[in-house]
Design a protein around this ligand. Structure first.
Ligand code: OAD
Length: 249
């Protein structure tokens, strides 16, 4: 349980002995910042909206105004949110010591960056980035373009601009995936924070690290299927568990 000091000690000892640490985070990392997760009953996005119609190329082509408006709603939630103590603990750890640290996230928000983490690997893209759905030209949009009922046309080819995120059925950004894969295969410890571990290929990362001999520390409100391979499962909110763990190092 969250208040079992022996578990925190075991996690602390594993990290102290490590020379390479990866933080692999999911929506639970940003939950205490007020950003909805995906699968948590009632509050999760996918509990209330149909992902296939909102987070897919088909859904976007069928109803661009609906998808464009939904992502702007999510983007506003991100902009209104602030990094929580968990984001700050990871940034403190990553920038403060001698341990090579990588932050790989499934989240499309920029809270890790706003807390001070650098070179964050976004496997599913960034909700505040935009690109053309046809030629992939990257765009910076004004607030009025972002809040318009429909996206602006691409300035390079006239195609429809879309959010710079990965949609269901789409490939993950190859270079980011390659870097994340290598970080997972080379790390000594991977902290798996706030993810249900059900969406592949991202969910492959903890398995890769585990098979490469890394110690796996899960931080989650509940023990998930991921816990089966975890060396330590710290059950509790990331915003409490991570600061306590970093303070104990
Ligand atoms: P989920 O909503 O599937 O899972 C959130 C996880 O965080 C659950 O295991 C919760 O128990 C846990 N959790 C909730 N609040 C927490 C807290 N305060 N502290 C610690 N843990 C907490 O979100 P993800 O696993 O991130 O993909 O979902 C993975 C992907 O599925 C997302 O990136 C998205 C979605 O489809 C795309 O959009 C491509």
């Amino acid at each position: 349980m969250a208040d079992d000091p022996a578990l925190v000690d075991a996690a602390r000892d594993a990290i102290r002995a490590a020379s390479r640490v990866v933080f692999f985070t999911g929506a639970g990392m940003s939950a205490e910042s007020g950003i909805p997760t995906f699968r948590d009953a009632l509050t999760g996005l996918w509990e209330r909206f149909d992902p296939a119609s909102l987070a897919s190329a088909e859904g976007y082509e069928a109803d661009p105004a609906l998808v464009w408006g939904w992502y702007e709603w999510r983007r506003q939630k991100v902009m209104q949110a602030a990094p929580n103590a968990g984001h700050r603990a990871i940034a403190r750890f990553a920038t403060g010591g001698t341990v090579a640290t990588a932050v790989v996230t499934q989240n499309v928000d920029d809270l890790h960056e706003r807390a001070g983490s650098r070179a964050v690997m976004h496997l599913h893209g960034r909700i505040d980035h935009f690109r053309c759905n046809l030629c992939t030209f990257e765009h910076t949009l004004t607030p009025s373009e972002r809040t318009a009922p429909l996206p602006p046309p691409c300035i390079a080819c006239g195609g429809p601009v879309r959010p710079g995120v990965v949609w269901f059925g789409e490939a993950l950004p190859v270079r980011v995936l390659d870097h994340a894969w290598r970080a997972a295969e080379r790390c000594d410890v991977m902290l798996v924070v706030g993810t249900s571990g059900v969406v592949y290929p991202a969910a492959q990362l903890p398995l890769l690290a585990h098979h490469a001999g890394a110690r796996i520390i899960v931080v989650n409100l509940e023990c998930s299927p991921l816990t089966d391979m975890a060396d330590v499962c710290l059950q509790g909110p990331a915003g409490e568990m991570l600061p306590a763990l970093v303070a104990a190092l």
